[in-house]
Design a protein around this ligand. Structure first.
Ligand SMILES: *Cc1c(COP(=O)(O)O)cnc(C)c1O
Length: 354
């Protein structure tokens, strides 16, 4: 830290992204990317002509992109806004709906960025412990003055609540914004988007990074009432008006319109997830009922840190969190069938060696 860095942030602990090693070719099962390429329709629009227009700014209103998203989710364009990854949209939401008097309530085991953003933005955190089995007890979110953040499915547990269960929180907290982070909802969960017509306090955030095969394009979106979306745009235009670049806008429209490819990819992940879970269970592993594109898993006998380290030495990266209640668990991205066969072979070998 330089001597110029502001005192207010001297405790800031930045989020640690999953390793993105540039040295060696790993089988990467640690950051929940898709194993499949972007939609061919997205690739087609990234033409030489499109690249040649990079001398011009992108559309700050992202009109065409927002129209495509709104159409897909049967919403008005005024109910949608986009950002440089859903990370940016979520951070805008915290800037808009939290401050020193309006804390953010979220689970003690969830996406690490929530805590980091609170600390960056001077927002108090209310961390609500998950139950013994890692499930979220939504009753604990009822009442109170905090803005609520629910990752659904949650990461890294993969556990998912139904819209009917989340509706209880929306109903009880009419004067608080409830943000549902649906980064993984397409892999078998049920989205809260249909609740938008009844709840002006609901903000649903999704991303192209996991289920739409465009993590590197950096594109996420929020859906909510016109008023909430106008609030987010007010933040966006006070921070970074051209937050989504031209190429990402084009790819985002094409990918959103390619429903068939989207469905094929997610169905394949769901099938492979179920196959992988079965195989791990056969090796004596314990797993949650993940509705995401990752498994949250634990060996019957080998410590999580040892598995993580040994797999890494053998060219396979998975995610290990050195934190209470997580140290024996691994978060393993569901890749292609072929990739999971390689993972299983490595795990079986490890179990045999132990
Ligand atoms: C991956 C992820 C995000 C952010 O993804 P972006 O790449 O920024 O769109 C947000 N929330 C959760 C829970 C995630 O796992």
């Amino acid at each position: 830290m330089s001597r110029f860095f502001v005192k207010r942030l001297d405790q800031l602990a930045p989020y640690t992204p999953g390793e993105q090693p540039q040295d060696q070719q790993y089988l990467k099962l640690n950051t929940n990317e898709s194993p499949f390429p972007p939609s061919s329709k997205a690739l087609e629009v990234l033409s030489r002509e499109a690249v040649c227009q990079l001398n011009l700014y992108s559309d700050p209103d992202c009109k065409a992109l927002i129209a495509a998203i709104a159409k897909r989710y049967s919403l008005e364009p005024e109910q949608v806004t986009v950002g440089n990854g859903s990370d940016e949209v979520l951070a805008f939401a915290l800037r808009a709906f939290c401050d020193e008097n309006t804390p953010l309530a979220y689970a003690d085991i969830t996406y690490g960025c929530y805590k980091t953003w609170c600390s960056l933005l001077g927002v108090p955190s209310i961390q609500i412990p998950l139950e013994e089995d890692y499930s979220i007890n939504l009753k604990k979110y009822v009442g109170g003055q905090a803005t609520v953040m629910i990752a659904n499915p949650n990461a890294p547990t993969g556990l998912c609540k139904t819209p009917a269960e989340i509706e209880v929180v929306l109903q009880a907290n009419r004067d608080q914004v409830v943000i549902v982070d649906e980064a993984y909802i397409d892999f078998g969960g049920e989205s809260c988007v249909p609740l938008l017509k009844n709840y002006e306090n609901l903000l649903v955030v999704q991303t192209y990074s996991k289920s739409r095969n465009l993590a590197g394009a950096r594109l996420g979106f929020a859906m909510g009432s016109q008023e909430l979306i106008a609030d987010l745009n007010r933040i966006k235009f006070s921070f970074n008006p051209y937050n989504v670049n031209r190429l990402t806008c084009l790819a985002g429209i094409a990918a959103m319109e390619d429903e068939a490819y989207f469905q094929r990819c997610i169905q394949e992940i769901i099938q492979t997830r179920s196959w992988t879970a079965q195989q791990l269970k056969a090796l004596g592993w314990t797993l949650t009922d993940s509705k995401a594109n990752f498994l949250f898993a634990q060996s019957g006998k080998i410590p999580g840190g040892v598995i993580y380290q040994t797999l890494k030495e053998r060219g396979i990266l998975v995610r290990h969190f050195n934190a209470p209640r997580l140290e024996n668990r691994l978060r393993i991205t569901v890749g292609s069938q072929n990739q999971m066969e390689r993972l299983l072979a490595a795990v079986a070998r490890l179990e045999a060696e132990w």
